[in-house]
Structure formats: C-alpha cells, structure tokens
Design a protein around this ligand. Structure first.
Ligand code: HEC
Ligand code: HEC
Ligand code: HEC
Ligand code: HEC
Length: 133
C-alpha cells in the first residue's frame, strides 16, 4: 500500500513537472513578443509599455472607425469623417496640458483605453493587465 502511494506521488510529480515545463516556455516567449505601445515620450517611464496588439485588438473589439482613437478636432469640436492615424497621440497631447490642448498625454491614453473597457465591460482595467511585466 505504502509503495503504491509513493508511486502515485512520483507519477503526480512527473506530471506536474511536465506541465510546468511545457507552460513555462511559450508563456515567457509570448510576453516578450507582445506588441507594446511606445512609451518613450514619457520621461523615465515608471511601467512597462502597455500591451496593445493594434490590428488584432481592433478586430476583436470590432472597432471599425479609426477616428475612435485617431480623431481630428477643430478647436473643441470633433470633426466627423476625419482621422489622424498619421500622427502620434503625443503630437497633439503634450505631457502637460497647454493652451492648445487641455488633455495631457497620460490622461488621453488612460481615458481612451480604460473608459471604453469600463463602458463595454470587456478588456483590462487594472494597471498590471495593460502594463504587463
Ligand atoms: C487599458 C490599459 C491601461 C490600464 C488599465 C492602465 N494603463 Fe497606464 N497607460 C496605458 C497606456 C496606453 C499608456 C501610454 C503608453 C505607455 O506608457 O505604454 C499608459 C501610460 C502610463 C504611465 C506613463 C508612462 C510611464 O510608464 O511612466 C503611467 C505612470 C501609467 N500608465 C500608470 C498606470 C497605473 C498606475 C495604472 C493603474 C491605476 C494604469 N496605468 C492602468 C494603458 C493603461
Ligand atoms: C483603440 C484605439 C485605436 C484604434 C481604433 C485605431 N488605432 Fe491606430 N493606433 C493607436 C495607438 C494608440 C497608436 C500608437 C500611437 C502613438 O504611438 O502615438 C496607433 C498607431 C497607428 C499607426 C502608426 C503605426 C506606426 O507603427 O507608426 C497607424 C498607421 C494607425 N494606427 C492606423 C490606424 C487605422 C488605419 C485604424 C483604423 C482601421 C486605426 N489605427 C485604429 C490606437 C488605435
Ligand atoms: C491631431 C491632433 C490630435 C491627435 C493626433 C490626437 N488627439 Fe486626442 N484630442 C485632440 C484635441 C484637440 C482634443 C480636444 C481637447 C480639448 O477638449 O481641449 C482631444 C481630446 C482627446 C480626449 C478627450 C476627449 C475624448 O474624446 O474623450 C482623449 C481621451 C484623447 N484626445 C485621446 C487621444 C489618443 C489616445 C490619441 C492617439 C491615439 C489622440 N487623442 C490623438 C487632438 C488630437
Ligand atoms: C471602443 C472601445 C475600446 C477602446 C477605445 C480600447 N479598447 Fe481595448 N478592448 C476593447 C474590447 C471590447 C476588448 C475585449 C475584446 C474581447 O476580448 O473580445 C478589449 C481588450 C483589450 C485588451 C486585452 C486583449 C488583447 O488585445 O490583448 C488589451 C490589452 C486592450 N484592450 C488594451 C487597450 C489599449 C491599450 C487601448 C488604448 C490605446 C484600448 N484597449 C482601447 C475595447 C476597447
């Protein structure tokens, strides 16, 4: 009886070892290969760049209007049927709000990304879910 228990224990150990080994590899490879947003405009970024698989994300979230993120304004007025995908967010949203724009870059990103996730109750809202280590 005791031998059977020990043997079963050994089998379980082998099984766990195989599972954890086969999990460890792809996981770490995947994380390092995740597409991340360029955070270099922030001086000394505190966190790893946010994960954002641009095309896959937008397909999955079924966003067909580029201007949901790449918008164009005339003053405070949002212009329909225009988009600014050739510009980076930081070209209009400076680090600190100024006369040209009242929405500083960090708020612009967090508001755009998190507000929608909260609204549709899908997608990450916790720090570590976007700023994956
Ligand atoms: C929905 C995704 C998302 C979530 C959730 C999120 N962030 Fe961000 N965050 C971004 C994006 C996008 C940027 C701008 C690009 C970048 O830095 O990767 C950013 C930038 C930042 C920056 C400026 C760059 C830097 O690293 O210093 C800080 C600080 C930050 N986030 C902190 C936080 C904290 C704290 C939380 C949780 C309270 C949080 N974020 C949650 C997406 C997110
Ligand atoms: C959910 C938000 C979102 C949507 C929707 C979106 N984008 Fe983007 N896109 C971004 C962000 C964020 C960046 C990075 C901008 C930055 O670094 O300042 C980006 C970058 C880009 C870039 C620059 C890529 C590069 O590597 O320099 C292009 C081109 C682009 N998007 C095109 C599009 C087009 C075309 C659509 C519609 C089919 C679209 N985007 C929809 C958020 C979005
Ligand atoms: C061509 C200039 C321009 C670009 C590029 C741009 N924005 Fe904006 N954005 C503006 C202006 C102007 C406003 C209005 C600011 C105000 O009301 O003072 C604004 C407002 C916003 C707001 C607040 C209003 C709202 O829609 O909720 C968010 C969030 C935002 N931008 C996020 C982004 C993100 C994220 C990007 C990059 C994907 C981006 N913006 C690219 C000019 C731009
Ligand atoms: C208009 C709504 C909307 C906006 C804006 C939006 N998201 Fe999302 N996001 C979603 C939805 C919906 C999902 C869940 C998709 C699913 O699982 O079916 C999602 C999922 C995600 C995920 C997890 C899935 C994946 O692709 O890895 C990440 C990370 C993410 N979003 C990051 C961001 C960032 C960063 C931004 C801002 C640049 C952003 N999202 C802007 C709607 C949005």
């Amino acid at each position: 009886m005791k031998q059977i228990v020990v043997f079963m224990g050994f089998i379980l150990f082998l099984f766990a070892a195989v599972v954890s080994f086969s999990n460890a590899e792809p996981d770490s490879v995947e994380k390092s290969q995740l597409e991340r947003l360029d955070n270099s405009v922030f001086k000394n970024p505190h966190r790893p760049g946010a994960v954002f698989e641009h095309d896959d994300h937008n397909d999955m979230a079924q966003i067909d209007d580029c201007a949901v993120c790449h918008h164009v304004y005339d003053g405070k007025k949002l212009l329909e049927d225009e988009s600014s995908e050739d510009s980076q967010c930081s070209e209009c949203h400076s680090l600190k709000s100024d006369d040209e724009n009242s929405v500083p870059l960090l708020r612009a990103y967090h508001k755009r990304c998190k507000d929608c996730h909260f609204e549709v109750n899908k997608g990450p809202v916790l720090c570590g879910e976007c700023h994956i280590k």
